[in-house]
Design a protein around this ligand. Sequence first.
Ligand code: OSB
Ligand code: MG
Length: 368
Amino acid sequence: MNIKKIRLHIISMSLKKPFVTHLQRMETREGIIIEAEDQRGAVGLGEVVAFSTPWYTEETIKTCYHMLKDVLIPLVERSPITHPEELSKLFEPVRGNAMAKASLEMAIWDLYARQQEKPLWNLLGGTREKVPAGAVVGADSIAGMIAQTHELVDEGYERIKIKISKGADVEVVRALREEFPHLSLLADANSAYELNDAEHLKSLDEFRLKMIEQPLGIDDLVEHAILQNKISTPICLDESIVSPHDMKSAIQLKSCGVVNIKLGRVGGYNHALEIYRLCKTNEIKMWCGGMIEFGVSRAHNISLASLEGFSIPGDISSSSKYWEEDIIDAPIVVENGFVKRFDRPGIGVDLNQKRLNEVCNYREEFLL
Ligand code: OSB
Ligand code: MG
């Protein structure tokens, strides 16, 4: 593939408003943007979706930077590849660090697609011209969550996910359901509950949630299966699925009816596609999750979600949901609940270098 240079840009941008879950209140989003450049000057883009602190998974911006600089980029330098699928094997000796691996893998898939002069969705086997979008409402007062939902529904979103946790669940869901009787609603608990709370979680069944996301432990599959037998709302796993093997186990155990696939969490496209195939074969529904990311990762998500199995709207929202100005040249725009795929080569967007410079705190270039 002739990768000659890899550039890492550590960026940081204020969110329009703080994003709150029971685990974290985020006002500023840090990230790492990756450029992989070939000998002809074509550039593929990737993004580290880890956060500044390890509240969602164990990775952070700093652990990813270390992994990229000291482990993964040297691996790519030592063993040139001819196709991005070879990265699975190349990264196999490195344990964990899914988001670091995914970020470099994203950039190299994008570069490969640009070298072939084809949109990435096309190489992945995507067929949807537009991808169903959805938005997330963070934890807030009930009035605040209702107001935010109104704004999002007015913008055309037809699926809204709300964050819930112990002490901020039944009342919140009831109020939203009363205000929006026909809206497709789901609740994400980010692992706020224990199996002991099964009876309490059962009381959410009457509100016709499309699903409840990750109610129990981040690494649990067994208790989710037990819980699923006790509640009728379908369980969607997020944090618990970090590999194709986890997905196989979840299928065997019947831990979930739905899975949220995030490129970062599962270690990139190669794993995401394997999970996708497992879900299709075993009739697990899927959708593409979000990480409050910048436009580079969102464009990757849109490429992935163009595969027809992604039938449920994902956490794919407009650049304007979180950012005053995104770092890409053509912001992500949701219209009537859909985002159109990009028909340019690769992920179909380029960096807005001026904006990137404004938000970049540090950059480093590696010559391969
Ligand atoms: O659990 O899906 C999650 C954001 C950060 C970390 C984890 C999650 C989320 C979201 C927001 O729910 C998704 C988004 O709008 O990008
Ligand atoms: Mg989640």
